[in-house]
Ligand binder design. Structure first.
Ligand SMILES: [Zn+2]
Length: 567
């Protein structure tokens, strides 16, 4: 079955699914694998999470090997609390649409230009003004006060009385990547309510610093776009999703944390920050750069107009276009940072120029040797009226601002959290169009080894690493170790899994014959000989080279013969 690829943008279908082998493969971008791999890629999940999600969806019970009873009890309890949060989110959502009390909230959301569709998609709700709605309903549904407390829905007064934490607030359920509700953000609807925004308190469930609002609905778009857009507010996320910028998520607070960057870097290589241009937003961007440095992630800054947040921009006609342009033309965060320093420097004062240079040197040093560094050095030199060589000297002498590992014995980075639970989008194997002729030949032969396993065994044992590319050699040894049905249990390594998938699909699609296999093998043999001849020439071993050349001449004869037989 063919269709448009979910992993890259295309107009004509190059994505195929083989229901018999239960494999997919894209001829355009090289994405491929089995159903678990598909869910991992599409949903941005790790292997175990993908298995659990599929099991959930199709009602398959997962057999856990030797789970200790306490771990099982914890899992069951966690499940129960997840249900409590889901039920509560559903209750709040229904209350937003059905109650008279929520009329002003509905008006407010409509004024912000947010339509019912997006609000329902994100399960936005409303918490009643009563002190005990959730407390009472939760207990009626069989949950204990301790459980309600445990997920942060109720809190205790000074008189030791329990009451609902969220009242008279617009409720934004905060979910993890799998779409499980872990907590809430609540926006006040009355002026006498104290804090404008209240979140679920930190619980065993809810760790604000690890969560990204909207990630469950953004992850597919993030994988497809190859980038994430990071904004500040819940309503910014809603407005942008509504406008089709679906790769948008929000950090839970102005500054982005290590764990959030870790989550994003497991999903994507590039993040565009679209934060307010005010000083809090600037501080957040610089902090983001500090936490992102040392990770393989490109951070860019979209130059938002002062005093306008993305939600406000979306409310204007043409706002979505303007926002997309800003995201497209976003500049590197180092560029942004240097721009801030230069703009704030009084160039008439030598002391201020010195300070500015001291400030930008580590930023530029962090870029390493690159064209963008040289360009920025020129800009700094020009603005501060200094010799570029002098600026470069300071940059080379500076310690990079990023510096990967903390050298000064500072606190270790929180790398353990959520690191690598996802995988980079698509692109697991070299797209077929980019293969060399030798690689195409070896793939054809390996695919035929799958199609004709009997003959395949013989060729697999005759093929050595000298015949094959590095990826071909790995695939060949996988095939030797998994004769019969290589597709039923794909390798964990994504690159190898991609190649094996491609081979299995190729084996089903292309005709195989003993003659074609022999011809491909002889051609690979010729390439091997040519490599050896070249190596002998480099060693000035002319005798060996002459012998090999004779061997090659005989081989070329055999190839010509095989071609005649084949045609
Ligand atoms: Zn594709």
């Amino acid at each position: 079955m063919m269709g448009l690829c979910p992993f890259h943008d295309e107009r004509t279908p190059s994505f195929s699914v083989n229901p018999e082998d239960k494999l997919y493969y894209c001829h355009g971008c090289g994405a491929g694998g089995d159903v678990i791999k598909f869910v991992e890629e599409k949903e941005g999940l790790g292997f175990a999470e993908a298995v659990e999600m599929l099991a959930d969806r199709y009602g398959v019970e997962i057999q856990r090997e030797q789970e200790d009873p306490r771990a099982e009890a914890r899992r069951v309890q966690r499940r129960r609390l997840e249900q409590l949060l889901d039920r509560t989110a559903a209750y709040y959502a229904a209350y937003l649409w059905d109650s008279e009390e929520a009329g002003r909230a509905r008006e407010y959301l409509a004024e912000r230009g947010l339509g019912e569709e997006v609000l329902r998609a994100f399960s936005v709700g409303y918490a009643p003004s009563a002190w005990d709605k959730i407390l009472v309903r939760g207990q009626q549904a069989g949950f204990s006060v301790a459980e309600l407390h445990g997920v942060g829905l109720v809190q205790r007064s000074r008189e030791s009385k329990e009451y609902d934490r969220f009242r008279s607030r617009i409720m934004f359920p905060i979910r993890d990547r799998r779409g499980r509700t872990l907590g809430f953000g609540g926006r006040a609807m009355r002026s006498d309510q104290g804090a404008k925004y209240v979140n679920t308190a930190e619980t065993d469930f809810f760790h604000k610093s690890q969560l990204l609002y909207g990630v469950d609905r953004a992850k597919a778009a993030i994988a497809k776009a190859g980038r994430a857009v990071l904004v500040e507010g819940y309503t910014d996320v809603l407005a942008l999703h509504q406008a089709g910028v679906e790769e948008t998520v929000a950090a839970m607070g102005t500054s982005i944390t290590d764990e959030q960057v870790a989550t994003l870097s497991g999903m994507v290589d590039e993040v565009v920050l679209a934060l307010d241009a005010d000083s809090a937003g600037q501080e957040a961007m610089l902090r983001a750069q500090r936490v992102a440095s040392g990770r393989r992630m490109r951070l860019r800054v979209a130059k938002m107009p002062a005093g306008v947040d993305p939600a406000e921009m979306m409310a204007d006609p043409g706002g979505a276009e303007r926002f997309r342009d800003l995201v497209e033309s976003a500049i590197d965060v180092a560029d942004f940072q240097v721009g801030l320093v230069l703009a704030a420097t009084d160039v008439a004062s030598p002391a201020a120029r010195d300070r500015a240079l001291a400030e930008v040197a580590p930023v530029l040093a962090g870029l390493g040797e690159s064209a963008s560094r040289d360009e920025l050095v020129r800009r700094v030199a020009e603005r501060l009226d200094l010799e570029p060589a002098m600026v470069m000297g300071r940059v080379v002498a500076a310690t990079p601002a990023s510096g990967g590992e903390d050298a000064g014995g500072g606190p270790a980075r929180a790398t353990a959290v959520a690191r690598g639970t996802g995988s980079a989008p698509a692109q697991m194997t070299t797209p077929p169009a980019q293969l060399t002729s030798r690689e195409r030949r070896e793939r054809a032969l390996l695919a035929m080894c799958i199609a004709l396993p009997e003959e395949g065994r013989g060729y697999l044992s005759r093929l050595t690493d000298a015949h094959l590319s590095a990826s071909g050699a790995r695939a060949a040894s996988w095939l030797r170790e998994h004769p019969g049905d290589p597709a039923s249990n794909l390798p964990q390594d994504p690159e190898l899994a991609g190649v094996v998938t491609e081979l299995v699909m190729l084996a089903r699609a292309e005709p195989a014959s003993q003659e074609a296999m022999e011809l491909n093998f002889l051609q690979l043999e010729q390439r091997r000989l040519e490599d050896e001849i070249a190596a002998a020439g480099e060693r000035d071993d002319y005798e060996r080279r002459a012998a090999l050349s004779r061997e090659r001449a005989a081989l070329v004869e055999r190839i010509a013969h095989a071609e005649r037989v084949g045609s």
